[in-house]
Design a protein around this ligand. Structure first.
Ligand code: PLP
Length: 406
């Protein structure tokens, strides 16, 4: 059962505007997706009707807000098929989730000489926290290489795994090239080696039905703002028995059971990891985004996204001076490219003048740019509200850009 794309698009008020006298074409979805009206309304409803601090209050508003917040946690649990809502920790986003894990995992499990594996494809958010941890603990960061297409070299990965490997941290989908990584296989190999696995799901969560039990990942991180939800909120999923063992990340209110100057004891999961007043409004916005995706059907959205990516790829292959960067066997939502002789920044600026929003630069993934022998790319990243007509406009705009620069 498909969806009516016009009705889908109509739910995003921001898409109705013109930029530089052209109807907006928004191809920067890997950076952040736009928000449907029901997400905007949910946040506004909270502040209009029951804004209150949660968990501590006996009064009506506080109880209502607490119930709504904890119900949203259950929605997240169901969305990613976790076994318990205790496994769902609300964070500020993927970056925050990974920093939390790097700290808590490091304090609990990492010793001098241990190893952590990341890949060459990673976003800086899934490199730097591990690098900082390795420096702190005198541990070693190992890197899975990729081939020229942008696929991870699994043979090399197998060789990296050894008795000192404590954790493997890899992305589900690459934000720079769109590579869909074989995460199930990666997890399986890690577990056979008795290593734990974090999947950075920032670029997968809006496009792929994620089932953390089926994947059997130990940790999974994602951001709400990349799945039609608000900014400033995200999730760290962790298996309950592991989260129970981890040291807390931040100290403060909410995360404690009791405090005295002699001894402080910590709260139960998931509160042990949620110090301070949480971002209630955006948790409710995230829940609305989940309902939105479920209402439309994530498989239906994926069909539209794949059609647009395939169409764009085949049209771009026909343009002489275009070089597509990232030709992995399985890709999700991203077309990264260069135009021979024209700086990506100039391309981005000209496209913007024609109402087309793309991203240019290294996409917070300098190592993969270096691996590909380039400084950056022009990246178009798609969502289900993007159409083939928009791709036609995009292709025309690229031809115009080439003409202008000669
Ligand atoms: N990981 C990947 C693969 C990403 O694409 C991004 C953002 O682009 C992040 C992590 C960081 O996400 P956030 O900025 O929402 O914390």
């Amino acid at each position: 059962m498909g969806i009516n794309q016009n009705q889908f698009i109509a739910q995003f008020p921001i898409l109705k505007q013109q930029i530089n006298k052209y109807p907006l074409v928004y191809f920067d979805n890997a950076a952040t997706t736009q928000k449907p009206q029901m997400v905007i309304d949910r946040i506004s409803n909270y502040y209009t009707n029951f804004n209150s601090n949660i968990h501590r209050g006996v009064h009506h508003l506080s109880q209502k807000a607490t119930d709504a917040y904890e119900k949203a946690r259950i929605s997240v649990k169901d969305f990613i098929h976790a076994t318990s809502s205790k496994e769902i920790i609300f964070t500020k986003g993927t970056t925050d989730s990974i920093n939390l894990l790097a700290f808590s995992f490091g304090e609990t499990f990492l010793k001098e000489g241990d190893e952590i594996i990341v890949s060459e494809l990673e976003h800086h958010s899934n490199i730097v926290p591990w690098q900082m941890l390795c420096e702190r603990k005198k541990a070693k960061l190992r890197v899975i290489p990729v081939n020229d297409e942008g696929d991870l070299l699994l043979n090399e990965y197998s060789k990296l795994l050894n008795e000192r490997t404590r954790l493997v941290a890899v992305g589900h989908v690459s934000n720079a090239l769109g590579t869909l990584n074989p995460v199930k296989k990666i997890i399986d190999l890690a577990h056979k080696n008795k290593s734990l696995v974090l999947i950075d799901g920032a670029q997968a969560i809006a496009h792929i039905s994620v089932n953390v039990q089926d994947l059997d990942c130990d940790f999974y991180a994602f951001s709400s703002h990349k799945m039609y939800g608000p900014m400033g909120i995200g999730v760290l999923f962790g298996k309950k028995n592991l989260l129970e063992q981890l040291q807390p990340y931040q100290g403060g209110g909410e995360m404690i059971a009791s405090v005295s100057f002699e001894k402080t004891t910590y709260n139960e999961l998931p509160f042990k990891f949620e110090a301070g007043t949480p971002n209630v409004a955006d948790v409710l916005g995230l829940e609305a985004a989940i309902e939105f995706i479920q209402k439309e059907g994530i498989e239906n959205l994926a069909v539209l996204e794949e059609e647009v990516l395939n169409y764009a790829t085949s049209e771009f292959q026909k343009i002489d001076r275009i070089q597509i960067i990232g030709k992995a066997k399985n890709k999700v939502g991203v077309l990264s490219f260069l135009i021979d002789g024209i700086h990506p920044y100039d391309v981005g600026t000209i496209l913007d003048q024609m109402g087309i929003a793309v991203r240019t630069g290294n996409h917070c993934a300098e190592p993969i740019m270096k691996r590909m022998g380039i400084r950056g790319t022009i990246r178009a990243s798609f969502s289900a509200y993007n159409t083939k007509e928009e791709i036609d406009r995009f292709v025309q705009a690229i031809h115009k850009t080439i003409e202008m620069f000669g």
